[in-house]
Design a protein around this ligand. Structure first.
Ligand code: HEM
Length: 479
């Protein structure tokens, strides 16, 4: 018996060593090309994933990029993240290159974890999924539709402040901002307006978002495992809504144009096929993720900076009160009012320069090509990083200083300011986000001044930046 365990143990050790060796050679072979960009490739499988994620957890996501730009090259360096060889392209030329060569040299790529959490994206490739999404969106995010959203956003913002802020001395801004943007998305994308209904699937969102860009280890308790479970739960909730909508459409209680859900249920592809329920649920999930955390991050950090910089608060307050005073009691904000909020939008832009909600995005090389004198092999991943320009003194003088006037006139030089990306894949929700952020700013400064309860609260990126303790503030109401 003892001999059996001995053999079993030796066999196990042999298999582990063999797997490690295979992983090592596989890792080496990914980097066995001539003239690659300089950089480190890190450990087999893990590469530099932990360094990439941990600089974010420690509150300095820009450090990963800056350290390597400084050590290896200002233009392009290699690394290995999430099991993939990756070339980081840096600075305005890097941004320009990736944004201008979509579907020529590079194409969409999402980490493995994203495909596992959103299984319908495995049915086709992610490039097709991205195209599908882009076809669906314009009707709901075009200027005409957005103009209609302003008054709805204002109504929901007012209800949000009554239910979540009124009669409270202290609040945590980050969770509240998420509730506000989530309420808006549920109302505008799905016509779901009941706060209790929304609350049921709002909480699993955080788990989903933080697990979707994580190491794809599906073991109980890992962020990835939690994300898969959260996605399943939300998908189930969404399918209930989808089924109810099908009934409502059949009974003419809902219209085919009322929101993005009705649209998805009624459009057909070139073969006359409707989208499957699962596909619709995943597309809506993607939209809710895209539009939910990003804007709530911006809102939270606006509140942070307004607390820290009274002169900026005062200028925003003056601009917003000018608009508020021009309205009769009960009159809602309009599209024209939004156009007057120029200084407030400069403040939001400066927040996104210092703390871009999405620090960058991946692409995949469609063919071998040369960039900045280096070879980028077919199949390699590329990454553009907002930090390579946003906090770089070469493009923004005194980059750590909060200065909304950078956005006066024609604003920053091309390809230096990229919180929404650029080129054909630029964020389609940019204008929608502008509206929800400005409507929030209007409503918050009209009601309150505030003080931070943790003066030096840390910012962590997991993978999105957020105030470590949720940004607790003390409210000082005007009335
Ligand atoms: C301040 C808020 C937002 C920021 C900073 C932001 C930023 C970005 C960035 C950087 C990208 C990736 C571009 C790339 O791959 O190079 C992106 C993509 C995307 N965003 Fe946003 N976003 C915001 C709000 C929204 C909103 C409100 C929506 C939906 C209404 C939305 C929907 C999307 C979608 C669907 C994509 C994927 C586009 C594609 O794959 O072609 N985003 N966003």
């Amino acid at each position: 018996m003892e001999l059996f365990f001995c053999y079993f143990f030796l066999g196990f050790v042999f298999l582990v060593l063999l797997s490690l060796q295979i992983a090592f050679y596989k890792h080496q072979s990914l980097f066995s090309f001539a003239n690659l960009p300089p950089g480190r490739t890190g450990w087999p499988i893990l590469g530099e994933t932990l360094e990439f994620l941990s600089t974010g957890w420690r509150g300095h996501p820009e450090k990963f990029v800056f350290d390597r730009m400084f050590k290896y090259s200002q233009e392009c360096f290699k690394t290995s993240i999430l099991g993939e060889p990756v070339a980081f392209v840096c600075g305005p030329p890097g941004n320009k290159f990736l944004f201008s060569n979509e579907n020529k040299f590079v194409t969409t790529w999402w980490p493995e974890a994203v495909n596992k959490v959103f299984p319908t994206s495995l049915q086709t490739n992610s490039k097709e999924e991205s195209k599908k999404m882009r076809k669906l969106l314009p009707q709901f995010l075009k200027a005409e539709a957005l103009q209609r959203y302003v008054s709805i956003m204002d109504t929901i913002a007012q209800r949000h402040f009554v239910s979540e802020w009124e009669n409270k001395e202290d609040v945590f801004v980050f969770p509240l901002a998420k509730r506000y943007t989530f309420w808006l998305a549920c109302r505008l994308f799905l016509s779901v307006d009941d706060p209790n209904h929304i609350a049921r699937f709002a909480d699993p969102f955080h788990l989903l978002v933080s697990g979707v860009i994580s190491i794809p280890v599906n073991l109980p308790g890992t962020p990835f495992n939690k994300a898969i479970k959260a996605a399943e739960f939300i998908r189930k909730e969404l399918r209930l809504i989808i089924n109810q909508r099908k009934v409502d459409l059949a009974e003419k209680k809902a219209t085919t144009t009322q929101d993005i859900l009705s649209h998805m249920l009624t459009i057909t592809d070139e073969n006359g096929q409707n989208m499957s329920e699962m596909d619709i649920a995943d597309k809506i999930l993607g939209l809710l993720i895209g539009g939910h955390d990003t804007a709530s991050i911006v809102i939270s950090f606006i509140v942070k900076y307004l607390a820290e910089l009274p002169h900026v608060y005062n200028a925003v307050y003056e601009e917003q009160m000018e608009i508020a005073k021009s309205k009769v009691p009960g009159e809602l904000l309009t599209w024209e009012d939004i156009q007057k909020m120029k200084y407030s939008w400069n403040v939001a832009c400066e927040v996104m320069r210092l703390i871009p909600p999405l620090q960058g995005a991946f692409r995949e090389a469609m063919t071998d090509f040369m960039y900045a004198g280096f070879t980028i092999p077919k199949g390699w991943k590329l990454y553009w990083s907002a930090y390579s320009t946003h906090r770089n003194p070469q493009y923004f003088t005194d980059p750590e200083k909060f200065d909304p006037s950078r956005f006066d006139g024609s604003g920053p030089a091309p390809y230096t300011y990229v919180p929404f990306g650029g080129g054909p894949r630029m964020c389609p929700g940019k204008e929608y986000a502008r509206l929800e952020i400005l409507v929030f700013m209007h409503n918050v400064v009209k009601r309150y001044r505030w003080e931070k309860l943790i003066p030096d609260e840390k910012i962590i990126a997991d993978p999105f930046p957020m105030p470590a303790k949720g940004l607790p503030i003390r409210l000082i109401p005007y009335i």
